[in-house]
Design a protein around this ligand. Structure first.
Ligand code: ATP
Ligand code: MG
Length: 576
């Protein structure tokens, strides 16, 4: 049992001005963290208790999935990073420095290199595989914009795991095990989350899922199916080509030029011409590392730059500026169109579905109508190049998609042989042949997960911790510490609860009851036991559920038992 008078948990009423999101504000106000420098924090006792609980769940689930805990150093020699090619490729997030002998090091932002070095030295034979090693360790990333407290820090704890397998099939199994373990982890923390398909970016890799805690303040936009388990980052979500694409419009006459003075936007043009925006062919011009490209999409959709970039296999793309648009199309922006455009052109599937449409005429104040895709212009390819919209069905099952915002708390990634090849992590197969190990990596941010839990679980009075990661399970509040009966009752219920294995914070401060209640609510302790003067005199105490506010008046002899029962019910809400 911990006593408030002997505990450093400095709560504050004021809302810190630089804290933009609620989890950051509440972690400061509840006395869980204090800032030392931008993105760098000290964890106070109660804050550390939360992180340790998150870590305990992580350890239990990693161990259960067959991973083994190791601990790698924060300080990593540059040689390893040069071997993987990342010393130069990784940007300024990598904090580099030199030791007294002028040798170069970095603070590890992630540990693929260190683990691959270990495994290439220690693993010789297929008999030693599969192998999954994890750690919970201090990472450093010199983030360009550290913010939101523990959500995006520079120094932070991460659980990172790395799997090594003999072949792709076995690697897929390791991936699946980690995926399942992650689901158990976040369920045990009582979080509402989705695993969404993520862009594998430049690493390539065969698959990647991000685990998103659903919260309005989340930095990521995601879609998830209301019916099946499909979920994806909006950037990545697949769009199903609409049915009914007609090769040519029956009865559509030849394309005609019409005057559209000053009408540039989809809304202006469709209104002026009396044409459904869905049959306007929007033409966007991009400059890319693969040259200039025109991208066509139906007027009701948006071009997805990530998809365009991936389709082209380009390193970078950017929308052409006004001057470049004039050079390429011969007209000011708003009047570009694919007919006669001397630029490489690709089109979204939605353009294929347009029987006869309207588009810019590559001439100021003019558009073309009765334009038939395939007849009047032929894009190099039709592909999925647009961003998913509210009208799109689930690409897996056809049911509706729900849009929400999420906080990325975990990431599972099939790496393939990206690192094992570069660093020669090889083993001998049963025939004695040398083979490259197939890898996966799996990360969960400890502090970010705690912050995400607050984003999802709070109210006007403070944090509402899921009990599995709360700093304490029960707060015991004697309303008047000068009343010996009240204090005696509080001590005895506190001791009884502690004896039964519960984590109790006894508020023995000489404060007004209102202040104690407020602090207990702010700290988000799931169950509160209150010993009031009148109640104790009558042989009673109260048990209150922080989340629902429900309060039970219970005989003192039953107080501990009722409290344990409520704690057990709350624990059941965090079943894996
Ligand atoms: P983000 O896109 O948010 O920067 P990331 O893709 O860089 O995340 P990973 O490299 O996959 O993240 O790291 C694994 C996990 O580590 C993330 O899912 C997240 O929980 C945590 N994490 C990453 N960066 C930070 C940070 N700056 N502060 C706190 N936690 C972080
Ligand atoms: Mg990052």
């Amino acid at each position: 049992m911990i006593r408030c008078t002997r505990y450093l948990m400095p709560t504050t009423k004021e809302t810190p001005s630089d804290a933009e999101v609620v989890s950051h504000r509440l972690m400061l106000r509840a006395g869980l963290i204090r800032k030392v420098a931008s993105g760098i924090y000290t964890y106070l006792p109660a804050g550390l208790r939360v992180l340790r609980k998150v870590e305990r769940i992580l350890r239990e689930e990693m161990d259960r999935a067959g991973a083994q805990e190791v601990l790698m150093p924060a300080v990593v020699p540059s040689e390893l990073w040069r071997e993987s090619g990342r010393w130069d490729a990784y940007g300024k997030e990598l904090l580099r420095f030199r030791d007294r002998a002028d040798r170069e090091f970095c603070l590890g932002p992630t540990h693929e290199e260190v683990i691959t070095d270990l495994v290439r030295r220690e693993v010789r034979s297929w008999r030693q595989l599969p192998l999954n090693l994890y750690q919970i360790q201090d990472k450093f990333r010199d983030e360009i914009r550290p913010r939101f407290g523990l959500m995006r820090g520079r120094e932070f704890f991460m659980k990172d795991a790395y799997s090594f397998d003999a072949d792709d099939e076995s690697a897929a199994e390791s991936y699946r095990k980690m995926y399942d373990a992650y689901c158990r982890v976040f369920r045990r923390m009582g979080l509402d989350f989705r695993a969404v398909e993520a862009d594998t970016g430049n690493i390539g890799g065969s698959s990647s899922h991000e685990f998103m805690v659903i919260a309005d303040s989340g930095e990521d936009a995601i879609v998830s199916c209301v019916s099946c388990s499909y979920g994806a980052n909006v950037e990545k979500a697949e769009c199903t080509p609409q049915a009914g694409a007609a090769a040519a419009a029956p009865g559509a006459g030849p394309a005609r030029k019409v005057a559209t003075p000053g009408k540039r936007t989809i809304g202006e043009v469709s209104e002026f011409l009396g044409i459904d925006p869905a049959s306007l062919i929007k033409t966007l011009l991009f400059e890319t590392s693969a040259g200039d490209v025109a991208v066509l999409v139906s007027g009701v959709f948006d071009v997805n730059e990530v998809k365009v970039k991936n389709h082209l296999g380009a390193d970078w793309i950017r929308l052409a500026g006004e001057d470049r648009v004039r050079e390429l199309s011969g007209a000011p922006s708003g009047f570009a169109g694919p007919v006669g455009l001397p630029v490489r052109t690709i089109a979204d599937h939605s353009v294929q579905a347009i029987a006869a449409g309207a588009t810019g005429a590559n001439e100021r104040d003019a558009h073309l109508v009765d334009v038939v895709p395939g007849r009047d212009f032929a894009p190099e390819a039709y592909a999925d190049l647009r961003t998913v919209s509210g009208k799109d069905p689930c690409p897996r099952c056809g049911a509706a998609l729900r849009f929400s915002r999420g906080i990325e708390v975990g990431h599972v990634f099939r790496l393939g042989t990206r690192y094992s090849e570069a660093m020669r992590a090889v083993y001998l197969d049963p025939e004695g042949k040398e083979r490259v190990a197939v890898m996966g990596c799996y990360g969960i941010g400890v502090g970010r997960t705690a912050a995400a839990a607050i984003e999802q679980n709070h109210d006007g009075d403070g944090i509402v911790w899921p009990i599995s990661i709360a700093p304490f399970e029960v707060s015991v509040i004697p309303v008047n510490v000068k009343n010996r009966d009240v204090v005696g009752a509080a001590e005895s219920v506190g001791t009884a609860l502690t004896d039964r294995g519960l984590e109790v914070l006894l508020d023995d401060r000489e404060e007004r009851p209102g202040i104690k209640f407020k602090d207990a609510d702010l700290a988000g302790i799931p169950v509160r036991v209150t010993l009031g003067e009148k109640n104790v005199a009558a042989g009673f105490g109260e048990v209150r559920d922080r989340k629902t506010g429900e309060t039970l008046r219970v005989e003192l002899s039953m107080l501990a038992a009722e409290t344990v029962a409520l704690v057990e019910r709350k624990k059941a809400e965090c079943a894996p």
